[in-house]
Design a protein around this ligand. Sequence first.
Ligand code: F6R
Length: 243
Amino acid sequence: MRIIKAKDYYSMSRMAANIISAQIIMKPKCVLGLATGSTPLGIYEQLIEWYKKGDLDFSEVTTINLDEYKGLAPDNEQSYRYFMNTNLFDHINIDKDKTFVPDGLEMDSKKACSDYNQTILNSGGVDLQLLGLGNNGHIGFNEPDEAFEKETHCVKLSDSTVEANARFFDNVEDVPKEAYTMGIKSIMQAKKIVIVVNGEKKAKIVKEAFFGPVTPKVPASVLQLHNDVTLVGDEEALKLLDL
Ligand code: F6R
């Protein structure tokens, strides 16, 4: 695993955006696995800026998002489809038909998940997967558990995740309690993985995930078994690591 220490959030975002940008330049027809949440926002801003300057072309890129809340429509401001449109896709020259997010409106979980597995398969595989890290070690919405779930599945969100995500909703009761997420096997099949972390509140889980035992109780710990992972973090988030 490569660890890149950035001095602050802005520089973390630029470094990760540089890696994604290199991927697009080297392989214009690439498949990017994308994440929502607050950590990647700076990366998306940077990618938009480079696109506007004429340095990046997304016309052949396909994107596959990690997850979506079950029950939220694409035009619901809290849905991850809406997040991706407003924070990235609406500002770049990507073909929206080549951007995929699990279908939050499909209430038949089995169908939603098998359709998404098929989407991942049809894409030919993710070249670069961008990940954030949950406070409890989750990646995508793969919550701490007794075993790793392999493919796209429907999860009941843990109380800590519901609480962490409540900041985006008017109140905690409005946070959906279930979500569709890519599984650990699907994430691990990406050729490259870039995981971004910032802020002191991630410091403890960063240490546990990357230097503790590999266990489904800390889902991100499985990334220790992947052979092309880059952790990009700011000083605060990496402060407990002995680098
Ligand atoms: C979002 C996702 C989540 C987040 C994680 C960290 O698509 O899959 O795993 O990456 O919850 O969220 P932030 O970046 O808000 O700390």
